[in-house]
Design a binder for this molecule. Structure first.
Ligand code: IMP
Length: 177
């Protein structure tokens, strides 16, 4: 099964989970142009586009939603990260509640869609693992940021939760009761 993403971190985060469900993930290392829209709209559009190129495929879209900023950067997370980085978000919203969200899609001509989220707090950057906003995200009930504890991220993140649900749906589809 192909996972289309230009982000190797995302591929590595999902590969092990896929194996647990008996799916072997191949990395289709392609960054497709993204439409503007909700995570769901972007992920679905990307999956349809990817299907035309590589056949049955998995895609995802993710974002970082900061409560004190009314959900910003949310759908604009990629662009804002390039412009402001973690430091910019900390300057604007240190101490705020925040969550990561992922919408994961499997597409083989028809879509299967699943989402996942995790809540926590915006903190000063800590740690060197992961990518993006990981250093400034302290998950609820945990004392280390995602960047300080990538293993924790692997088994608790928005991405883990979305793909766990997606793989369960796929398994059910493979063996309907
Ligand atoms: P994308 O469009 O799904 O690649 O994600 C948009 C941006 O959100 C990325 O460029 C990252 O800056 C950020 N992002 C997405 N997922 C994560 C994550 O798991 N940890 C930290 N930042 C993330």
């Amino acid at each position: 099964m192909k996972f289309l993403t230009g982000n190797e971190h995302k591929f590595r985060e999902v590969r092990g989970l896929a194996e647990q469900f008996g799916f072997h993930l191949e990395w289709a290392n392609l960054s497709l142009p993204e439409i503007r829209g909700s995570l769901r709209e972007v992920a679905l559009a990307k999956a349809r586009d990817a299907f035309e190129r590589v056949g049955p495929v998995i895609c995802e879209d993710s974002g970082f939603f900061v409560e004190d900023l009314n959900g910003f950067p949310g759908e604009y997370s990629k662009w804002v990260f390039q412009k402001l980085g973690c430091e910019g978000i900390v300057r604007l919203a240190k101490g705020s509640r925040a969550c990561f969200r992922t919408v994961a899609v499997y597409y083989d001509g028809r879509p299967l869609v699943a989402s996942g989220e995790i809540w926590g707090e915006v903190v000063e950057p800590r740690g060197s693992g992961g990518f993006g906003y990981d250093p400034i995200f302290l998950p609820d009930g945990h004392s280390r940021t995602f960047a300080e504890d990538p293993l924790y991220k692997l088994e608790n993140s928005h991405r883990f939760r979305a793909f766990r649900t997606l793989f369960k749906l796929l398994k059910k589809q493979e063996s309907p009761v």
